[in-house]
Design a protein around this ligand. Structure first.
Ligand SMILES: NC(=O)c1ccc[n+]([C@@H]2O[C@H](COP(=O)([O-])OP(=O)(O)OC[C@H]3O[C@@H](n4cnc5c(N)ncnc54)[C@H](OP(=O)(O)O)[C@@H]3O)[C@@H](O)[C@H]2O)c1
Length: 352
């Protein structure tokens, strides 16, 4: 297979840095262009980015001159795939311009997630939603396309709930303990979060409910997207953890804790045979210890792409409860876009 040129929009930010780290040595993708705001454009990447990851900045990245987020920017025309880590406030028209120019945009931003012709893709859960791309291209007259990944919290929740759909899952309540990196860079002021928990993340609870229902629902040419018949109620909090969102989930379904444990254990990853480089050996992992999952100990499982689950037990109100953990900037952000692009290569949407 030929090497596929890719670019990163919002390359200097928290998710942008994670993209560069995950694309370092990628077997299919070559990074040919990095875009950010006017503040960074024209600077060497090593001068523009405040590198804060727990992995080193790839050597090749430091010398790249950051460009504007414009399809006419130097290097952008050599990219078949644009990974976007732009704030939602600016992503909408920028991503459209790249899709119009023929690029496949794999984005973290929320701007297009709820559009009727744009998928929120998690390959292990709803790969069939990719069919909507033909509709999108026809309606909008684009050669390229926009494919979104879910909000970081939603990604963990939707992956964890998917095996429970066969148990007639009907109601879900979730309380999240979300990491600092989820707020981007520089994020929450240290004096606001040390020795503290912040019980509000603007817009997050609504996104978790709406996106989860869409991802677990169906898509067809005739009907478009139909939400799954699952009620979702979320409470989202910010805690003093670097990476890894912990989610306390309460579920109403047809069965008890043992059925839920069996559903997690029996889950077969439908992507397992496709050889996608970013696929973890297990998308979901059930841990038996009483005090797991923990952000520091479990977030790097499957190179950050495995969602870990533990403490499955009875709940007196909804029936069953458990905890799950998702690495928010890998499985919940950059890794999510990369595995989506890999699936699109396998499906021929990105020319391989
Ligand atoms: N952090 C997470 O865990 C996470 C998870 C899932 C989804 N997301 C989503 O991913 C996106 C990026 O989040 P983040 O946490 O990485 O944010 P961030 O750290 O604030 O980074 C934002 C990036 O966008 C660039 N940018 C800002 N304004 C711009 C403009 N007007 N034109 C062009 N570029 C501009 C910034 O460039 P400069 O450095 O030049 O300002 C920076 O590269 C957001 O939509 C967020 O909601 C984040």
């Amino acid at each position: 297979m030929r090497r596929i040129g890719v670019g990163v929009l919002g390359a200097t930010g928290m998710v942008g840095q994670r993209f560069l780290s995950l694309l370092d040595g990628h077997p299919w993708f070559d990074v040919r262009y990095l875009g950010a705001s006017e503040r960074s454009a024209g600077k060497q990447y090593s001068d523009a980015a405040h590198w804060v990851l727990d992995a080193p900045m790839p050597e090749w990245a430091g010398d790249i001159t950051v460009g504007a987020c414009d399809p006419a920017a130097s290097g952008a025309d050599g990219c078949d795939v644009l990974f976007s880590a732009l704030p939602s406030s600016v992503a909408g028209p920028v991503e459209e311009a790249f899709a119009r120019a023929g690029g496949i945009v794999a984005t973290n931003a929320a701007s297009h997630r709820m559009d009727p012709d744009v998928p929120i893709l998690i390959p292990e859960v709803n790969a069939d939603h990719l069919g909507v791309i033909d509709v999108q291209r026809e309606r909008r007259g684009w050669e390229g396309a926009i494919v979104t990944n879910a909000n970081c919290t939603t990604t963990g929740l939707a992956l964890g709930l998917y095996p429970l759909m066969d148990l007639d899952l009907s109601r879900v309540a979730v309380t999240t303990l979300q990491a600092l990196s989820g707020a981007g860079y520089p994020g929450v002021a240290s004096m606001a979060i040390i020795d503290n928990v912040i019980p509000f993340i603007g817009g997050e609870e609504e996104k978790v409910a709406a996106e989860t229902r869409r991802i677990l629902g169906s898509w067809s040419v005739e009907e478009g997207f139909t939400d799954a018949p699952v009620e979702v109620s979320a409470t989202c909090t910010r805690v003093n953890v670097t990476d890894g969102h912990l989610e306390s989930v309460f579920a109403s379904l047809d069965g008890g804790p043992e059925d839920v444990r069996k559903a997690f254990r029996d889950f077969k990853d439908p992507m397992a045979d496709l050889g996608l480089p970013t696929s973890p050996s297990r998308a979901l992992m059930l841990l038996d210890e009483d005090d797991r999952p923990q952000p520091r100990r479990d977030r790097h499982r499957g190179k950050g792409m495995t969602v870990t689950i533990g403490r499955v037990r009875p709940d007196i109100v909804l029936g069953v409860r458990f905890l799950l953990l998702v690495h928010n900037t890998i499985r919940g952000a950059a890794g999510a876009s990369i595995i989506n692009a890999e699936l699109m290569v396998r499906r021929g949407i990105v020319p391989g």
